[in-house]
Design a protein around this ligand. Structure first.
Ligand code: NAP
Length: 342
């Protein structure tokens, strides 16, 4: 199969990570980069050996060689540049969260259908075989009846008003940046319990610690209740180190994922542990895989080559449900962004 020709929109941290992922993928090649400045585009192109460097996003979208655009800007810009890319006939892999709220996601999905292009939210952990294995274990019944999911994604980042993470106008805060992962994981597992691709919570209650200067959530917790009595306790943070892991508790035993979000990022082996109540030591399941972001690029290109309208690892209906749950979490803690007022 011919390689998918990618263009990267934005030259920040994750743009570089994804670019390395495409280079390690089976299916893709990076042909162009677009930045708000020519200088940054040139620097990025030189660092990653990309043929064409565009000094504006518009010029990247006008590049006829580019088939798929990877949107790597701060979240409030995802809607505009994803829609503009789709209007230019490009397929789009856009960073998480796909947008600021459910309403924006609905618009993006409508546009993807209207322009007949593929759209995916870049939840790379969904493309790793560890996630597939967890779903398989849940469905197999080995854990028994699943009652509780616990999942956290949190890191300690010092307050920096220049960082997008601490800037409310740029969508800063934990719920949108990392809270989206545990919520998506809980919905995935709650769905697997019922043999479905995902399930949406009936209620979402939450608390948050809001940073006094920036107004963004430094840490936040939520309880998601699903129709089948399953409860998920999720947590996130951008200003506090916590155990970024996940646990699925069943009536027979519990499953521990020490690395749910960034499993063997550069490729290699990751371990899952089943804790049987009667056993002295947990059962280890080892999973080997290529680099994480290469898997994401391959999942996208494979779906496209197969003529699919969705990437099965992260469908747009799944994204819509995730965004709705994040809206509920933010509503519970009183966290409102400018995009919510539009
Ligand atoms: N999936 C993952 O593992 C992962 C990890 C980290 C972040 N992310 C997501 O990726 C997105 C970008 O995060 P990041 O950490 O890469 O951010 P970053 O390092 O701050 O880079 C963002 C880039 O967006 C462009 N940009 C456009 N308008 C901007 C503005 N007004 N202010 C600042 N930058 C602007 C800039 O590129 P130019 O100057 O070239 O235009 C900038 O380099 C976020 O939505 C985040 O949630 C995903």
């Amino acid at each position: 199969m011919a390689k998918l020709r990618w263009g990267v929109l934005g030259t920040g941290t994750i743009a570089g990570t994804f670019t390395r992922g495409v280079a390690a993928s089976q299916t893709g090649e990076l042909v162009a980069v677009g930045s708000r400045t020519q200088e940054s585009a040139d620097r990025f192109a030189k660092e990653f050996g990309i043929a064409r460097a565009h000094g504006s996003y518009e010029r990247l979208l006008a590049d006829g060689e580019v088939q798929a655009v990877y949107v790597a800007t701060p979240h409030p810009l995802h809607l505009e540049w994803t829609v503009r890319a789709m209007k230019a006939g490009k397929h789009v892999l856009c960073e998480k969260p796909l947008a600021m709220n459910r309403g924006e996601v609905a618009t993006m999905i409508e546009m993807a259908h209207a322009y007949g292009v593929l759209l995916m939210e870049a939840f790379m952990y969904r493309c790793h075989p560890q996630t597939e294995k967890v779903v398989e274990l849940v469905k197999s019944g080995v854990l028994g009846r699943i009652n509780v999911i616990e999942a956290t994604f949190s890191f300690d980042n010092p307050f920096d008003p220049n960082s997008r993470l601490w800037n409310k106008a740029l969508g800063g805060g934990g719920i949108l940046d990392v809270g989206c992962y545990p919520v998506s994981f809980a919905r995935l597992i709650a769905g697997a319990v019922e043999g479905k691709p995902f399930a949406n919570p009936v209620t979402v209650d939450g608390t948050a610690c809001i940073h006094p200067q920036s107004g963004v959530d430094v840490t936040a917790d939520a309880t998601l209740r699903f129709a089948n009595d399953l409860v998920a306790r999720v947590a996130c943070g951008i200003g506090r180190a916590q155990d970024s892991s996940a646990r699925i508790r069943g009536s027979k035993c519990w499953l521990h994922l020490p690395e749910p979000w960034l499993p063997a990022r550069e490729g290699g082996t990751v371990s899952l542990f089943i804790h049987h109540t009667s056993a002295a030591a947990p059962e280890e399941i080892r999973i080997a895989a290529p680099p994480l972001y290469a898997l994401e690029a391959d999942a996208f290109a494979t779906a496209l080559a197969a003529g699919r309208r969705e990437v099965p690892q992260m469908t747009t209906a799944d994204t819509l449900g995730n965004m709705a749950a994040l809206d509920q979490w933010r509503e519970a803690v009183g966290l409102v962004y400018d995009a919510d007022r539009m």
